[in-house]
Design a protein around this ligand. Structure first.
Ligand code: URA
Ligand code: SF4
Length: 203
């Protein structure tokens, strides 16, 4: 199966999914978007009002702030992959429930596996908890950790940081660390033996 077909299938599956009760209230599921070979992936919480209407992640106020922070480090949103832990909007933007996170996790697992990003940024508590169970976001935000063959960076959720000057400053400062983290990821990648291309030249 080609990569593009695998993506089409995944998005179609998400749009038709009824594995948890969140499907009942959705206008559109929000699978995620961005280049399928992105080196950086952002994982938020779940769609809000505007995301549910448009079927796209981070298109409301939080998305605008995220785009501003990306611009601050010379990145456009089109250069990164953006997804959420749950693909359908929780009623009144309440927190996703454990059973909803559990039902939806396979989709995010597949996205992460297919993109295989060098750097994965978690936005907010729920995506952080996938990598740092039991950790407090106020204690570990902005601290990059190598987990397996990628670097995971927990950051504040832009919607939570947006309206509080102190947290807004913190969110921007954490984002400013990303270029250096990315440079470190590049060093790690370049230190690894090159796959396939060089192996093939043996024949
Ligand atoms: N907040 C999120 O966590 N995700 C979105 O897509 C939008 C707002
Ligand atoms: Fe399916 Fe996830 Fe939507 Fe629940 S939130 S219905 S598991 S796509």
């Amino acid at each position: 199966m080609s990569n593009e077909k695998a993506w089409e299938d995944l998005y179609a599956e998400i749009r038709q999914c009824t594995k948890c009760t969140l499907h009942q209230g959705r206008t559109n599921a929000v699978p995620g978007e961005g280049p399928h070979d992105a080196r950086i992936m952002f994982v938020g919480e779940g769609p809000g009002f505007h995301e549910d209407r448009q079927g796209r992640p981070f298109v409301g106020a939080a998305g605008k702030f995220l785009e501003e922070m990306l611009a601050g480090i010379g990145l456009q949103r089109e250069e990164v992959y953006i997804a959420n832990v749950v693909k359908c909007r929780p009623p009144k933007n309440r927190d996703p429930l454990p059973e909803e996170l559990q039902a939806c996790t396979t989709y995010l697992d597949r996205q992460i596996e297919m993109i295989n990003p060098s750097v994965l940024v978690t936005l907010g508590r729920f995506s952080m908890a996938r990598y740092f169970p039991g950790a407090k976001i106020s204690a570990i935000h902005g601290q990059a950790r190598r987990i397996g063959n990628r670097i995971v960076v927990p950051m504040l959720h832009p919607a939570a940081a947006l309206h509080q000057p102190k947290w807004k400053t913190t969110a921007i400062a954490d984002m400013q660390k990303l270029p250096q983290i990315l440079a470190q990821a590049t060093e790690v990648e370049e230190a690894k033996p090159k796959p396939q291309v060089e192996q093939l030249s043996l024949f």
